[in-house]
Design a protein around this ligand. Structure first.
Ligand code: AVI
Length: 329
């Protein structure tokens, strides 16, 4: 005979992506929340502000690599019929340097920016139409982390851009799963241009996630502001402290929100009350840092092989051009 088990009857809000993630994350031990929760309108603005901070070297360094080597990157693709697809393109500001280099080489270019934000893509499309008449830009509004089936079938060789070290916000196994799914949508010989942040001295890494102006702290706490607003939770986000630390064994920066007091937080939309001890934290983000070897290994496990790479003088950031190998059945 089977024992009767009662399934928990959860409120409707727990079945939305946000509600389900918050329910799962805040009832887990240790508590955690997924980094995609950062990116509502305010979170995206705060992230834009982070990219301009003196301590946040990532964006500036990658842009420097493109300024220096965009022509060389395009030359290394070895074709005059290149098209570009960009995952998580946003407003595609850095990409302009690569688009311009491709137009110098082959006169015209098809470019497909993919992003979950329609408004960011519209801004990209308008700017490109104005400034780069030889680029045919077709924006695709889609969440590439869930669905890659909209991958455009452009003529010639496709190069997928996945820049900004976004791959570093996935757990290593998830990163390989995502890259393998991407490989599954490509033909042998198609290309991936991957931007990753390199392992470096701990002080530089920690400063990038602990800026003096407190923008990263606001970005981190914004997840709480969002839970408060969208799920009607009753608490003060200011009673959580932003904490970033370097986990050397896992090669990652971790971000946490640490409760400054013992408190109980009611989240009516989820029919949930969450208790925090003083000093207890919610793990909100991992940002993995790579070495040339660990990038090659991740790409190899995903069906790609590195063809060429570029870096800055200090070797702080890396841009890797990888080729999709033959499919193994
Ligand atoms: C989007 N991603 C690459 C950023 C990073 O550096 O991991 C997100 C971020 N988190 C804190 N600051 C920036």
């Amino acid at each position: 005979m089977h024992a009767l088990t009662s399934l928990p009857c959860l409120p409707e809000a727990a079945s939305t992506p946000l509600g389900a993630e918050v329910y799962r994350g805040l009832t887990a031990f240790p508590k955690k929340l997924s980094p995609w929760l950062f990116y509502d309108q305010r979170g995206s603005e705060l992230f834009e502000a982070i990219t301009e901070l003196p301590e946040y070297y990532l964006t500036r360094t990658e842009r420097g690599i493109f300024e220096q080597s965009a022509d060389d990157i395009v030359a290394a693709t070895d074709t005059n019929r290149l098209s570009m697809i960009e995952l998580g393109a946003g407003t595609a500001t850095k990409t302009g340097l690569l688009l311009a280099a491709a137009v110098r080489k082959q006169e015209s270019l098809e470019y497909f920016p993919i992003d979950i934000s329609g408004s960011a893509l519209e801004e990209a499309r308008r700017r490109i139409a104005e400034e780069m008449p030889h680029v045919a830009c077709t924006p695709i509004v889609s969440d590439y982390t869930r669905d890659l089936s909209e991958m455009p079938r452009a003529a010639g060789r496709r190069m997928v851009l996945y820049i900004g070290s976004s791959i570093g916000n996935f757990e290593p196994t998830e990163a390989v799963t995502l890259l393998r799914r991407l490989r599954g949508q490509l033909a042998a010989g198609d290309l991936l241009l991957l931007g990753v942040d390199h392992v470096k001295d701990r002080t530089t890494l920690l400063r990038a996630y602990n800026d003096a102006a407190g923008v990263t702290a606001d970005f981190n706490r914004n997840v709480l502001v969002r839970i408060k607003r969208e799920l009607g939770a009753q608490f003060r986000p200011g009673l959580f402290r932003h904490r970033a630390c370097w986990n050397d064994r896992e090669s990652r920066i971790e971000m946490h929100l640490e409760s400054l007091v013992t408190q109980e937080i009611a989240i009516p939309a989820l029919d949930l009350t969450v208790s925090f001890k003083r000093g207890e934290s919610i793990h909100t983000e991992n940002s993995y840092k790579f070495t040339p070897e660990s990038v090659a290994e991740m790409l190899g496990r995903s069906g790609f092989s590195v063809r060429k790479s570029w870096s800055d003088e200090k070797k702080w950031f890396g841009v890797y051009l990888a080729e999709a190998g033959e499919r193994r059945e």
